[in-house]
Write a protein that binds this ligand. Structure first.
Ligand code: NDP
Length: 261
């Protein structure tokens, strides 16, 4: 297969680039000609990802909730590959926070990782991004679906979209675009805690597919391809949008298989 080059000569930062959606996006970006800096907390999976991605990838261990570590990782990446053109603030964690069973620490851990760290990733990256760059934040359908037990997570993902709108106002003078990709359920290790066995995951997948008009959950590539669109010049005039990649789950819940006669 011929290499495509929609991201030729571009440098991208992907937080959480060692797993799931972030890793799938890193692979697609490299295949499209980009140089990619990936971060995460886990040294082993980061090194494995970098090996798989090849010489146009550079992995740096950095906890996104640690502002100094994030700034240092971006500096190292920029030293290696040049100033940024694309930022995918993707790192995130699940974490149930049901009413009646939630500690302050558990709630704040989700907020710190999925909301606060996203802001500080963007702040650190903006100091190193070229004018005309593209920033993509990872949202979720859970911001609008009202899933029971997910208050903190839902708040972070709604918050990401609200922040993106503010970032658009602050960064448009530099021609920088900020958009949100909001996935429905995607087949990634994020579900391992909730569904630790193959059987448990199959049951969960059946339930999630049943509430999705297209009758399936997403594969990481479905999300990566939308992130590629938002990152590339194909989306040159797309600014401040939230694109749901969810098989119709939020637009048309009444069309889901569970409602079919
Ligand atoms: P994974 O668990 O596969 O990936 C999560 C990634 O985030 C890992 O690379 C992890 O790396 C990284 N990460 C988590 N916490 C931190 C941290 N403190 N610092 C740095 N990196 C961190 O899940 P997904 O690929 O599914 O999730 C990616 C994003 O997509 C998340 O924001 C999630 O909320 C969102 N999303 C996922 C959906 C799904 O169904 N899968 C649906 C909607 C949204 P490490 O462990 O090494 O730190």
């Amino acid at each position: 297969m011929a290499m495509a080059n929609r991201l030729a000569n571009k440098t991208a930062l992907i937080t959480g680039g060692n797993s799931g959606i972030g890793l799938a996006t890193a692979k697609l970006f490299v295949a499209e000609g980009a140089r990619v800096i990936i971060t995460g907390r886990n040294k082993e999976t980061l090194e494995a990802a970098a090996k798989e991605l090849g010489p146009n990838a550079f992995a740096v261990v950095a906890d996104a909730t640690d502002v100094a570590a994030t700034e240092a990782a971006i500096k190292k990446g920029v030293e290696k590959f040049g100033k940024l053109d694309i930022v995918f603030a993707n790192a995130g964690i699940p974490g149930g926070t049901p009413i009646g069973g939630t500690t302050l620490a558990a709630f704040e851990n989700v907020i710190r990782t999925n909301l606060t760290a996203v802001f500080f990733t963007v702040q650190a990256a903006v100091a190193q991004i070229n004018d005309g760059g593209s920033i993509i934040l990872n949202g979720s359908v859970i911001s609008v679906l009202g899933n029971p037990g997910w208050s903190a997570y839902a708040a972070t993902k709604a918050g990401v979209t609200a922040m993106a709108r503010v970032m658009v106002s602050e960064l448009s003078p530099r021609g920088i675009r900020v958009n949100v990709v909001a996935p429905g359920a995607v087949r990634t290790p994020i579900w391992n805690g909730l569904a630790p066995t193959a059987d448990a995951f199959a049951a969960l997948e059946k339930r999630l597919a049943g509430t999705t008009p297209l009758g399936r959950i997403a594969e990481p590539d479905h999300i990566a391809k939308t992130v590629l669109f938002l990152a590339s010049d194909d989306a040159a005039h797309v600014q401040g949008q939230e694109i749901f990649v969810d098989g119709g789950a939020t637009s048309s819940p009444a069309g889901a298989p569970v409602f079919r006669a």
